[in-house]
Design a protein around this ligand. Structure first.
Ligand SMILES: [Zn+2]
Ligand SMILES: [Zn+2]
Length: 345
């Protein structure tokens, strides 16, 4: 029997009687990371990797019933050995390794193969079956090294500051914002953040991640000259809100893997797109899959069809798992079907 199956509530382990990142409330939820499409409220018991505890509590409530394990620490539950291993996606993100009856399954959650210095780097885990993220499971998705993207952001910021324009960069408030803060050249000017970003910054700093000083944009007056030289980080949901009225003259940009598609920037209506993702690109997915040594693959998220087809051509046993992952509001704007169809091979 399969160690993990798909149920209306989410991915379910029958032997251990628990769910992994369920999208409906259940009794026992094992959580890979704190993004909204994976960590939902309303579960009775939560189990997660220890470095993600503070973020989970900020997002789901301080009083949730949460048990944590260090990376690599093993828990025996109903005969199933369970452990968490770094996924390199955001602080505390983990792959879930399950071992039962001599068989090993790994559920990746979301993962990224390029280490970024803001969370534990992705560690491939050998297994028989690998449940893999395939958000960017198309050959067109190939990321540049992140240093190049940070250099582009620095350049854009510097050019805007030179003409007294604020640089407003939209990015996911959990993970992406901290990665950008960690990567950019903080000497270029003051850095302001949206109120959704600062609480997460605090948790990263407490975890020992170096982030430059940031100021809540709400604490700075519209007329303050520092506004005009500032880089501002805000979630994409702030883009068309009244929160933007505090900026007089600004250029805006969006940092997302979806920026690889030209239509996304146009539809979102920003001046600049920076291709920066916290998910593995196509070569990263194939590398990770190979490293696991798995003969059976289950793909979740977005473009699983193309990845499954490709893996089957490699004579691997691959299928798609129907999940609700990828619905995180902030992770939008994911491309429209038609837009994707245009770039499919
Ligand atoms: Zn995620
Ligand atoms: Zn996800």
């Amino acid at each position: 029997m399969d160690l993990v199956i798909s149920r209306p509530e989410g991915l379910y382990c029958p032997a251990g009687d628990f769910y992994i990142d369920p999208w409906r409330p259940v009794e026992r939820a094992v959580i890979t990371h704190a993004h909204g499409d994976h960590a939902r409220a309303g579960n009775q018991h939560y189990l997660a990797a220890a470095p993600g505890e503070a973020i989970l509590r900020v997002r789901l409530g301080q009083d949730i019933n949460l048990q944590t394990l260090r990376y690599g620490e093993r828990l025996l539950h109903h005969g199933v050995f369970l452990s968490f291993h770094p996924a390199g996606h955001v602080l505390g993100s983990a792959q879930v390794r399950l071992e039962y009856g001599g068989e090993v399954w790994v559920a990746s959650g979301d993962y990224k193969t390029e280490p970024d210095g803001t969370c534990a780097a992705f560690e491939p885990v050998r297994c028989d079956t690998f449940i893999t993220d395939s958000t960017f499971g198309l050959p067109i998705y190939r990321w540049q090294p992140q240093v190049q993207v940070f250099a582009e952001i620095n350049q854009w910021w510097q050019a805007n500051a030179a003409v007294e324009k604020t640089s407003v960069l939209f990015c996911h408030s959990l993970g992406k914002a901290q990665r950008i803060l960690h990567g950019i050249d903080a000497r270029l000017g003051p850095i302001l953040v949206h109120g959704a970003v600062e609480p997460i910054n605090r948790i990263y700093r407490e975890a020992g991640v170096h982030l430059p000083a940031t100021i809540d944009a709400a604490d700075i007056k519209k007329s303050d000259p520092m506004m005009r030289k500032a880089l501002v980080l805000a979630p994409p949901s702030a883009a068309n809100s009244s929160w933007m009225r505090r900026f007089v003259d600004y250029s805006d940009g969006l940092a997302s893997g979806w920026m690889r598609l030209r239509g996304t920037r146009r539809r979102f209506g920003v001046d600049r797109g920076f291709v920066l993702s916290d998910h593995a690109d196509w070569p990263g997915l194939l590398w990770a899959i190979e490293q696991t040594g798995a003969e059976r693959l289950m793909a979740t998220h977005g473009s699983s069809g193309a990845l499954v087809r490709y893996l089957r051509e490699q004579r691997l046993d691959a299928m798609a798992f129907d999940t609700r992952y990828g619905e995180d509001e902030e992770e939008n704007p994911a491309p429209a079907e038609a837009e994707l169809a245009a770039v499919l091979p």
